[in-house]
Design a protein around this ligand. Sequence first.
Ligand code: GDP
Length: 366
Amino acid sequence: GFKCGIVGLPNVGKSTLFNALTRTAAAQAANYPFCTIEPNTGEVAVPDPRMEKIAAITKSKGIIPTRISFVDIAGLVRGASKGEGLGNQFLANIREVDAIVHVLRCFEDDDITHVEGRIDPVADAETVETELMLSDLESLERRIVQFRKRATGKDKEATTVLPVMERALELLQAGKPTRLLLTELDPEGLRILRDLNLLTSHPVLYVCNVAEGDAATGNAYSAAVEKMAAAQGAGTVVISAAIEAEVAQLPDDDAREFLADMGLEEPGLNKVIRAGYALLHLITYFTAGPKETRAWTIEKGTKAPQAAGVIHTDFERGFIRAQTIGYEDFVTLGGEVAAKEAGKARDEGKDYVVQDGDVMLFRFNT
Ligand code: GDP
């Protein structure tokens, strides 16, 4: 599954947010209880109202949402790249994630110490980013020596990997994160970049943790973060960890009412997940039957056999074809039989690119 690492300086609200996110999810998916894999990892159900619509039509007994996990990565401090504080553990954890959720303190509170002694989320973001860049720079400078030698000797792997390494090094030396390469490289280059395991190559979502009263509107701090994020191609979400913590403890109806009182339409979890999905270019397809309606997460551009492989590797290996009904057709026509009669159940082959919301039935050899 996809994994988001929650990072940020100490005392910005990471743990409050992590606990709230994972508990809210438990409430939202009673039939798929929140489970703790490791102390700091929580799997959350991806809320998607389309599942209920499909399940009502197929009379599914159960609904199984797709999940993504959040990892609360221990506080990073200035000097982490040199192994200070929890630095090394932090860097090890952050390598394992697909995306970074970077929490920034956008609330004032004299009782809560700020490690840098002032509220400045843009400067905080730079502090964290600098540590990540320094760590990448060091590890890349170390590894590139070998690759340059091997490339001179016409080593095949080295000649393909080296140009990506050189480009990454160039960016880091100019004080820029390697995620700028994400929009520049072809699929092969992206694979190479991923294998380099650089901290700054992960896409970033900035979460502005604002005071309760600012949750609906944002504030000057979050506006500054939004401006910074836009320039970097990163995402931004404005939430109040304090509100989320309260919402997480309320039953559904009360939670909705409480959110409405604060001028909010939905819990912050939904916003974070939507933004995370967009950031990672993720989409959802469905399988549906009397037993269950189930959602599956894939990357945009995934073809039918690989999409089937998310369910089971046998589905991918023995893939024959996939009966595919678009979500809108499925719901407006009223299910599989009606869609078939209307000629809206397509038989798609191995080159079909799965679309968001597709309701799929795979045929495969065992
Ligand atoms: P972490 O070190 O980043 O994990 O931060 P915590 O989640 O432990 O929060 C640090 C302190 O800030 C705790 O006392 C929280 O109750 C408090 N805090 C977190 N979010 C907010 C917020 O939105 N507003 C205010 N006033 N305090 C908050």
